[in-house]
Write a protein that binds this ligand. Structure first.
Ligand code: GUN
Length: 285
C-alpha cells in the first residue's frame, strides 16, 4: 500500500513554523524581514507564481516589495532595479522571476543579486557551496523535496537515488542535496542510455523532466519512493506530472501527487530561505 505525500499539509505545517520564527526575529531584531520580487513582462504563469509568492509572504509576516517592469524594459533599467535592491538593507531576499522576456540577459541580471540575498539559490556561489556541502541558500524546489522527505521521516542515507533531469534549477541541486544527505545518486537526462534499468534501481526516484507521464510503471521498482517535480498538461489539457501516477502508485511505498505534492513546498521554501537570509544578515551586522 502506498502513502501519498501531502505537500499541501507539509507546506501548511512548515509555514506555521516559519511564521512563528519570523515573529520571534522581528521581536528580537526590532525590524521586518523583506523579500523583493521582480517580475518583468506579462507571462501568465509567472504572474500567478509571483502573486502566490507575495501571498505567502503575507501569510508568514514577511514584508514583500513587488517590482513590475514592462517586457520592453532595457537591460540597463532592469539591472538598475536589481542593483538598488542589492544595496537596500530592508531587503533580505531578491527574487527575479524566470523566464525573462527575450532580449534580456538573465544571467547578467541574476549576477547582481548578492549571494546572501539569493533566496532562489541560483547564483554560482550558492551552487558552489552546495556542491561543497557548505552552508548555503539551496534552490527552493529541490530543498522542498528534501524537507518533505525529512518530515515524512524518510532517511535517505545509503539509499539509491535516481534524478531524471539535469536542470540548474532542479536536477543538479536535487542531486547535490541527496548526495550531501548520503544517498548514492545517479543523474539521468535526455541522452542517457538504458534509462529504464537505471530507474528500476532507484529506492528514491525524482522525476524532473518536464514531459507529461514520462515515468511509467515498468520503470519503477516495487516499494520505491517516487517524487514528481513535473508540472505538465495531459492529452486533455489537465494538470499532471512527469509520472504516470495512476499506473505507478501501486508499486510505490510513497508518492507525491500533481497537483498537491512538490508544488506547494516550493514557495514555502522561498519563505524559509528568506527567513534564513535575514537571520544570517543579523549575525553579520
Ligand atoms: N520560474 C520557475 N520556477 C522559478 C523559481 O523557482 N524561481 C524563479 N525566480 N523563477 C522561476
Amino acid at each position: 500500500m502506498y502513502k501519498i505525500i501531502d505537500g499541501k499539509a507539509h507546506s501548511r505545517g512548515l509555514r506555521e513554523e516559519i511564521a512563528a520564527e519570523v515573529a520571534r526575529f522581528k521581536q528580537s531584531a526590532g525590524r521586518d524581514i523583506g523579500l523583493a520580487v521582480v517580475l518583468i513582462g506579462d507571462d501568465g504563469a509567472s504572474k500567478v507564481y509571483v502573486r502566490n509568492k507575495i501571498k505567502g509572504c503575507e501569510e508568514v509576516g514577511i514584508r514583500s516589495y513587488a517590482y513590475y517592469l514592462p517586457a520592453d524594459v532595457s537591460q540597463r533599467q532592469a539591472e538598475d532595479v536589481v542593483a538598488e535592491l542589492a544595496r537596500d538593507p530592508a531587503v533580505n531576499g531578491i527574487l527575479v522571476q524566470l523566464p525573462l522576456p527575450p532580449g534580456l540577459d538573465a544571467q547578467k541580471i541574476l549576477s547582481l543579486i548578492p549571494v546572501e540575498k539569493d533566496v532562489d539559490g541560483f547564483c554560482e556561489s550558492n551552487m558552489g557551496s552546495l556542491c561543497m556541502s557548505r552552508p548555503c541558500l539551496a534552490a527552493c524546489t529541490p530543498n522542498g523535496v528534501m524537507k518533505m522527505l525529512e518530515r515524512e521521516g524518510i532517511n535517505v542515507s545509503g539509499k539509491r537515488a535516481v534524478v531524471v533531469g539535469r536542470s540548474n534549477i532542479v536536477g543538479k541541486p536535487m542531486a547535490m542535496l541527496l548526495l550531501n544527505a548520503d544517498a548514492t545518486v545517479t543523474v539521468c537526462h535526455s541522452k542517457t542510455t538504458g534509462l529504464k534499468d537505471i530507474c528500476l534501481s532507484a529506492d528514491i526516484l525524482v522525476a524532473a523532466i518536464g514531459r507529461a507521464k514520462f515515468i511509467t510503471a515498468d520503470m519503477v521498482k516495487e516499494g520505491a519512493i517516487v517524487i514528481d517535480v513535473g508540472m505538465d498538461r495531459d492529452e486533455n489539457g489537465r494538470l499532471c506530472g512527469d509520472v504516470d501516477f495512476e499506473n505507478v502508485k501501486d508499486k510505490c511505498s510513497y508518492i507525491t501527487p500533481v497537483p498537491g505534492g512538490v508544488g506547494p513546498m516550493t514557495i514555502t521554501m522561498l519563505l524559509y530561505n528568506t527567513l534564513a537570509a535575514a537571520k544570517r544578515s543579523a549575525e553579520i551586522v
